[in-house]
Design a protein around this ligand. Structure first.
Ligand code: MEV
Length: 445
């Protein structure tokens, strides 16, 4: 059994790989070779990636694909997506094309407010804390001035500070609940720096406050941190068209064409309603939306964990986990829409460091954070539309397994001839993992 290791972080990259290879592999040379195979030949570029995190030993590739033909408020975008799951990019591209001839995606930023909190203990009553807070509020803002100067120049900064009494839920627990506008940056560092400064000011001024007893003067800061729950940083994406226009005239042989717009719209709305009322379905439904959202969030160097956490909290905001998207038919008009909270940045963080992120943002026309919110939301809605369309017509597996076929062929290192024969075979047959493997084995006999 491997032993604990001390000083791992002090080892060179080469030594780290050797230790891992020797400790965990029967053929260390083989493991070492693979780890190094993924190093970039350009040493400077490799160093850049090494320094994104700690204890780096290699790079882990994910494919970057493009979904073209996204008509968003009349502008066409080719959307870069980074994701490991087959058929997601194809589905987004198909939905984008479908809606491009039906009015496109209409998107709108509803609000852009970010939140951070100083969580602290005050061993006294709200009646004593409130007037003190009202008095020191301007100083709390003033002391952050060296941090907020540039953000203020860009039109952002601290919007408000509220004192919140949480002592009924936890003894002596109060909060400074602070709202921010961080313009084109995601703002995590900015917010956390402001909060930590506010915490210091709060403690200093409390210690000097003549109306406080000695116990009240000793405020305990538990922590100062931004919240990834941003219910007031929300974007709406919507598509709509007359139900009759949902019908398609696809070339013969293309499966899954929408033949009857009315019947399709009704079943689609039922599928969305099921996700609204049934949490087991809502989670999978929203997962499909996240396939689109995460892929663009990753491609543009944003924090997909923050986005995931915030969106799922938002999906539960009424006390029950529910669908993010909604659909209706009114006067023969089909409308499908979604509101999602998205705290994104197009400056700072990885956006100016990772060469592929820079290219992704350039493909999107160097968007502002608000524009990126709209592109991301449209991609999520497109993904959801594509999934529901498949689920309510042909079923998901048909298209999915065709895409999956390539992954199986790669796994079995199929030759060009084998690929040709196998693709021809499965043009007419349902793909299953077992049937592909069986055919490969037959061909290799
Ligand atoms: C698969 O990654 C996503 C779907 O399951 C989403 C859905 O069911 O709506 C197809």
């Amino acid at each position: 059994m491997p032993q604990a290791v001390s000083g791992f972080s002090k080892l060179s990259k080469e030594e780290k790989i050797q230790w891992i290879a020797q400790t965990y592999f029967h053929t260390p040379e083989e493991a070492e070779k693979i780890f190094k195979q993924y190093w970039n030949q350009d040493a400077k570029l490799q160093q850049l990636h090494d320094e994104f995190i700690e204890n780096t030993i290699t790079n882990f590739y994910l494919p970057m694909g493009i979904s073209p033909n996204f008509n968003i408020n009349g502008t066409y975008y080719s959307v870069p997506m980074v994701i490991e799951e087959s058929s997601v990019v194809a589905a987004a591209a198909k939905a984008a094309k479908f809606w491009s001839t039906r009015g496109g995606f209409k998107t709108k930023v509803i609000a852009t407010e970010k939140i951070g909190q100083v969580h602290f203990l005050f061993r006294g009553s709200i009646e004593k804390l409130q007037p003190f807070f009202d008095k020191i509020k301007p100083q709390l803002v003033e002391d952050t001035e060296p941090i907020t100067r540039n953000m203020n120049k860009r039109g952002g900064g601290i919007l408000d500070i509220e004192l919140r009494d949480k002592s009924a839920e936890l003894a002596h627990y109060f909060q400074l609940h602070v709202t921010f506008n961080t313009k084109d940056s995601m703002g995590a560092n900015f917010i956390n720096s402001c909060l930590e400064q506010m915490a210091k000011t709060l403690c200093r001024l409390a210690a000097e406050e003549p109306t406080f007893t000695e116990t009240e003067k000793a405020i305990t800061i538990v922590m100062s941190i931004l919240s990834n729950y941003v219910p007031n940083c929300v974007v709406r994406a919507e598509v709509s068209c007359p139900v009759a226009d949902l019908a398609e005239n696809l070339p013969p042989g293309r499966p899954g064409a929408i033949v009857d717009g009315h019947a399709f719209a009704e079943k689609f709305v039922q599928a969305v309603t099921i996700a609204e009322i049934e949490p087991f379905r809502a989670v999978t439904h929203n997962k499909g939306i996240m396939n689109g959202i995460d892929a663009v969030v990753l491609a543009t160097g944003n924090d997909f964990r923050a986005v995931e956490a915030g969106i799922h909290a938002y999906a539960s905001r009424n006390g029950k986990y529910s669908s993010l998207s909604h659909a209706k038919i009114e006067n023969d008009l089909f409308t499908f829409w979604m509101d999602v909270p998205l705290a994104l940045g197009t400056v700072g963080g990885l956006t100016s460091l990772h060469p592929l992120v820079k290219l992704a943002l350039e493909i999107l026309g160097k968007p502002t954070a608000q524009e990126l919110m709209q592109i991301v939301a449209a991609t999520g809605l497109a993904q959801n539309f594509a999934a529901l369309r498949s689920l309510t017509t042909t079923g998901i597996q048909e298209g999915h397994m065709k895409m999956h076929l390539n992954n199986i062929l790669n796994q079995y290192q199929a030759t060009a001839d084998e690929r040709k024969a196998i693709h021809a075979h499965f043009a007419e047959q349902t793909v299953t993992h077992a049937s592909v493997v069986e055919l490969i084995e037959q061909l290799r006999k």
